[in-house]
Design a protein around this ligand. Structure first.
Ligand code: GRF
Length: 210
C-alpha cells in the first residue's frame, strides 16, 4: 500500500470523504499515515484524531519564507515516509521544493471544472461566487496533479454539477462538495495508488523517499 499524507487547512470534509472511503474498503492500495494542517484550529485535525491518524501542524505563519515553510513540510512528509500527497482543502502555497520532491505524486481537489474559475485567487467560496457571477448553468469539481502552475497540472478526474435557480455561493459549494468533490477525491486517490503500486514493480521507478 502507498503511504498517503493529507494536507488540510479547514473543516476537512474532503479528508472525511477519504477516511470514510478507506473504511468502506474503496482505497485498498493506499493507507493514510499523517494529516498535516496549515492551521492549528483546522477541524480536519479532529477528524484525523477520531480516525486514529496522527495529525501535525505546520503553520505557514510560523515561517519567515516560502523556502523555510517548504523545508518544514518536507520534514513532516519525510518523517512519515509519505509516498503520495493529497491536498484536501489545503489553502497554503506549496513551493517548488515540495513539488519537485513529489513530482506527479501530489493530488489536489479544485471546486470547479478547470480551466474555469481556477488559478491565483480562486479558492473556497470565491470559486462559487465567480461561477454564479458568470451565470454558468453547470459547474463541478476537478482532481488534478499539482505542478508549479496554480491549478495547472494534468487533470485526472472531473464531475459536473448543475447550478440551480436561487443558488447562493454556500448552497452551490455544498452541492459541489456532496456530488463531486467527495466522490472524485477518493476515486482519484485509489487510482493513483494502484498506478504507483504497479510502477513500483519496475525497478526504474524506485520512489525516492525525500
Ligand atoms: C472547500 O471550499 C472545498 O470546495 C475546497 O476546499 C474547501 C474546504 O474543504 N476543496 P474541506 O471541507 O476542508 O475539505
Amino acid at each position: 500500500m502507498l503511504r498517503i499524507a493529507v494536507l488540510v487547512s479547514g473543516g476537512g470534509t474532503n479528508l472525511q470523504a477519504l477516511l470514510d472511503a478507506k473504511a468502506r474498503g474503496e482505497i485498498p492500495h493506499g493507507e493514510f499515515v499523517r494529516v498535516i494542517a496549515s492551521r492549528p484550529d483546522a477541524y480536519a485535525l479532529t477528524r484525523a484524531a477520531n480516525a486514529g491518524i496522527e495529525g501535525v501542524v505546520v503553520s505557514r505563519k510560523s515561517f519567515a519564507s516560502q523556502q523555510a515553510y517548504d523545508d518544514a513540510l518536507l520534514d513532516a512528509l519525510r518523517a512519515c515516509r509519505a509516498q503520495l500527497v493529497v491536498l484536501a482543502g489545503f489553502l497554503s502555497i506549496l513551493g517548488p521544493a515540495v513539488i519537485a520532491a513529489y513530482r506527479d505524486r501530489i493530488l489536489n481537489i479544485h471546486p470547479a471544472l478547470i480551466p474555469s474559475f481556477c488559478g491565483k485567487g480562486y479558492y473556497g467560496l470565491r470559486v462559487h461566487e465567480a461561477a454564479l457571477a458568470r451565470g454558468v448553468k453547470v459547474t463541478g469539481a476537478t482532481v488534478h496533479l499539482v505542478n508549479e502552475i496554480p491549478d495547472g497540472g494534468p487533470i485526472l478526474l472531473q464531475k459536473a454539477v448543475e447550478v440551480q435557480p436561487g443558488d447562493t455561493p454556500e448552497t452551490l459549494q455544498r452541492r459541489v462538495m456532496e456530488q463531486a468533490e467527495w466522490v472524485l477525491l477518493p476515486r482519484a486517490v485509489e487510482q493513483q495508488c494502484a498506478l504507483w503500486e504497479d510502477r513500483l514493480q519496475n525497478p526504474e521507478f524506485k520512489l525516492q523517499i525525500v
